[in-house]
Ligand binder design. Sequence first.
Ligand SMILES: [Fe+2]
Length: 259
Amino acid sequence: MLLAHLSDFHLFADASETSLVRPDVVEACRKVVADVAALSPAIDICLLTGDLTDGGSDADYALLKDVIAPIKAPIFVVPGNHDRRETMRAAFSDTIPFEPGPDLNYEVRHSGVRILALDTLEEGKIAGRLSLGQLEWLAGKLTAPTDELTLIIMHHPAFPSGIVPLDRMALIEGREQFGDIVAAYQGPLRIHSGHIHRPFQTMWKGVFCAVGGSPAFQHELTLDPSAQEPGIVSEPYAYFLHKIDGADTVSVHARYVSL
Ligand SMILES: [Fe+2]
């Protein structure tokens, strides 16, 4: 089974909300999508882990859907801090079984894996949160362990990148409780996130975690704990292609795309 993990497209139809977004972001994202769509063998699943749009308008989501249309595999999304729940729900309710209620959480099974999607958006804030209700929902889904591989997808990473100023604006509220739920689960589990604008992988609570990079702009690798502001760099863009063979084997490849 092949899975492509993309993130943080920050697409905008009219004006960008984030000054850092490259002006030709639509063209850049179309190149990334074209690369994914041309893969052989074809991917089975595509994950898009938040900040799909930069402002969350209806026009932004219409543009996003046009950009991702060449990918024929199912695309599973979560909102980031630049998305808007109502417009995103409307844009994807034809393909994604969102739970009722304001948050865009859902559970779905495809190609032998279970995906648990968590909405970490806190409106008006950059950092993310998980409410008590969401944590209870997740805990209810991670009770009896099975051999089935579960992928949690959520925009804000609960795990540290080591880039201190970015970790301060990642998942804040509910992070500790989320970590306890993840650590207690006995079945095969992985976590896919975005938000950091720099691709990396890590182990946290015994769980393999990956962050997808962004074609919109990239943060500098700054591991100095006293760093205050994340710098912006121009580096080659790559997304992660996960080759999953059963619940306990995954090969992760960086697929470079010239933007
Ligand atoms: Fe982002």
